[in-house]
Design a protein around this ligand. Sequence first.
Ligand SMILES: [Zn+2]
Length: 298
Amino acid sequence: MLVKTPCNFCNSDDYIRLVQVLVSPISETSWLVRCKKCGLAYINPKPTLERERGFYDLEYFKPGEESLWRDHRYPLFEKVLSRIESTIPDGKLLDVGCGKGYFLDLARKRGWQVVGVDVSSTATQFARDTLRLEVYRGELRDAKLPENSFDVATSWNVLDQAYDPWGDLREVFRVLKKGGLITLRVSNLHFHLYLQRLFTLLNSAVPGRLRVTAPTVFHIYMFSPGTLRMFLKEAGFVDIRVENSTLDPNVPALVNLVGRSGEVLLRNTISLSAQTIFYLSLGNLLVSPSLVAFAKKP
Ligand SMILES: [Zn+2]
């Protein structure tokens, strides 16, 4: 079930429709809209809290999909963690939306004291029982973590799937120590919106049986580099950097579209193109499928 909702950031209900979308992860048709007041893009109407929670609780972390959450993300995890460690070498780390805890497990092996929060009971149970991690099940605010207590907070492709991303970000700010770092990864609105429009255009020119589904991802909230910076700045963070993120390998939608070897070629082409555009635009244009942001609590 879908419900109409105001903008999560500014509470306005004045918006324009961008594109009709199949809502990930629940496969219902709705609209991606853009708030006229602040520019945040989001699905409206969106799934009810109960429907979304039900999905993440039981359906999102299926057995047999370990590699999607662990092996494919390890190179990204290690790269970003090394960058964090060049500023803060160790300390207390919080992962918001930690899933089964693979990132926390990696960080712990590198000397971090780690805590995780996730809404999924199956995922948090695995993190606690199998990986022996300190993980809370539920919303970040419900964990009631002490303020000014973490050196680093991370969130991997979770803020754009949160029910209240603006509330969650302010809570992360509260629990970070002064000088603490936040690292976020989210899907990039610009990439997925324009890819969807390109496929719609191409599909309109070919017979129905040859039409293909665009390998796009539309989460409940879709951040652009601009709205991601706006969230971080208004939450109180400084030294904000938003960059292209490397692509996850073997994304099923892409493999289905172009095959395994085609996926490698396409992934490398997209990464190279995005970085070329980034440098040619002097850091102004970020067109990769995902964005990664770094910021500091002053
Ligand atoms: Zn707004």
